[in-house]
Design a protein around this ligand. Structure first.
Ligand SMILES: C[S@@+](CC[C@H](N)C(=O)[O-])C[C@H]1O[C@@H](n2cnc3c(N)ncnc32)[C@H](O)[C@@H]1O
Length: 284
């Protein structure tokens, strides 16, 4: 860990995390679509609005936001990962989405234009800040007075069957890495509702609402895809990568995952449970 803001996350998302995210982009776009739609529905987007998409990733939510605001509105997607942003730009160009720009910026510290946005939106892009209160205060300055904040984030690990089940099986074969502490950045760092409330009120937001939102998580269209996803992505994927497991161990993990996921196979794919918080607040 260096003194630079969000140094570990910068390294992760520009390195291993970014590579995985790119490799699974098409799957992620399908699996995470229902979460984007729920958050967009909650945001009640109006034509002509200006939206900031924080931790925009490979761009699918930003493109949908840009379509929702129409030609009279615009969207800025920010992310700290150069390779991920390159994919987002390519996707936006392929979609001919001209009211959409991307910028390499750390949302915790970037000097956004003051009071420029009607809505700050994020799908799973706000749980990675060293200092979340500073980050949300900084983001709030970019909101117009009365502007809305809407994001969706994971609840605690134990509440998410798709993480829990994979890790339970993987942990039978390889040592599991230490989980980040309750105040440390990571995918489930906003799992504690009281913490989210504390961060947002500390950052000066009003009208804070944190809604329980359970959604089906499609791990893969087939059993093979679901096993591949579990072995590469999320906390389970990190455990497999860090253990440097030999091929024989990986094959045993894959076989056990297949067995565990088989009862979850449906005509829509392999579906496990996911619990999120759908969070709304205002720059009041
Ligand atoms: C789990 S991914 C979600 C990506 C996208 N929102 C989606 O749903 O597909 C988290 C994203 O947040 C980005 N990120 C992490 N820390 C950030 C920060 N401090 N500022 C801006 N983006 C950040 C990562 O590079 C990554 O693309």
């Amino acid at each position: 860990m260096t003194d630079t803001v969000n140094a570990d996350m910068n390294e992760y998302w520009n390195g291993e995390g970014g590579r995985k995210w790119l490799r699974f982009q098409e799957r992620v776009d399908v699996t995470l679509l229902p979460f984007a739609l729920k958050a967009m529905d909650k945001a009640a987007i109006r034509p002509g609005e200006a939206i900031l998409d924080v931790g925009c990733g490979c761009g699918d939510p930003s493109i949908r936001l840009a379509r929702a605001v129409g030609a009279g509105g615009h969207v800025l997607g920010v992310d700290i990962s150069e390779p991920i942003l390159a994919r987002a730009k390519a996707q936006a160009a392929a979609a001919c989405q001209e009211n959409l720009k991307f910028e390499n910026a750390d949302a915790q510290t970037h000097r956004f234009e003051d009071a420029a946005f009607d809505l700050v939106f994020s799908r799973f892009g706000v749980m990675f800040f060293d200092d979340p209160t500073q980050a949300f205060r900084n983001i709030r300055r970019a909101l117009k007075p009365g502007g809305r904040l809407v994001f969706i984030c994971w609840q605690a690990f134990e509440e998410n069957e798709w993480m829990r089940k994979s890790l339970e099986i993987i942990g039978r074969h390889v040592p599991l890495p230490d989980f980040p502490g309750p105040e440390e950045p990571g995918p489930t760092s906003f799992g504690d509702r009281a913490r989210v409330q504390r961060i947002l009120s500390g950052a000066g937001y009003g009208d804070i609402a944190i809604e329980d939102c359970d959604t089906a998580f499609v791990m893969g269209g087939t059993l093979d895809e679901a096993v591949d996803y579990a072995m590469q992505m999320g906390p389970g994927g990190r455990a497999v990568a860090q253990s440097e497991a030999v091929e024989a161990t990986k094959s045993r993990i894959a076989a056990d995952l297949r067995g565990a996921f088989a009862p979850h196979e449906t005509p829509r794919g392999v579906i496990l449970g996911a619990s999120t918080w759908l969070v709304t607040a205002r720059n009041s």
